[in-house]
Design a protein. Structure first.
Length: 136
């Protein structure tokens, strides 16, 4: 349901997750093993799998709006996966010397923020429905 604000937060989180596959997280110096001087989610298989799962999870969460409890738990799982993804970016970055963070790395850092705002919206909806059930 697109009228709910958390759907927009989840859509923004999914878009950022898929954008991290295209745009660089880290610019590295010349490296003989890589064809490019950019380090993004497609550079490493583990990062690619986690980022794909995260993007798909955010999109899936939009369509289970009738099951708020499950949606909240999956959003929290998405926050954990996105933080793990950022940790892995920095862990794999240690293998390369030189370079620095790219401006487009903001997409990776925005995902847990968007998911946190979505979780807040889902929680508020859940409280509102519970209070309405009490009034009946």
């Amino acid at each position: 349901m697109i009228q709910r604000i958390q759907s927009l937060w989840l859509l923004a989180g999914s878009a950022c997750a898929f954008l991290t596959m295209k745009f660089a997280f880290y610019y590295i110096g010349p490296h003989p093993d890589l064809s490019s001087d950019q380090f993004n989610a497609t550079t490493n298989m583990v990062l690619l799998i986690l980022t794909s799962i995260l993007g798909a999870l955010c999109l899936f969460n939009i369509f289970i709006y009738k099951q708020r409890k499950l949606q909240l738990w999956l959003t929290i799982l998405g926050i954990v996966i996105s933080i793990l993804n950022i940790f892995l970016y920095f862990d794999y970055k240690k293998n390369y010397t030189g370079g620095g963070l790219a401006l487009s790395s903001i997409f990776a850092f925005a995902i847990p923020v968007f998911l946190f705002f979505a979780a807040q919206g889902i929680y508020r909806d859940q409280k509102l429905v519970k209070s309405m059930d009490r009034l009946r």
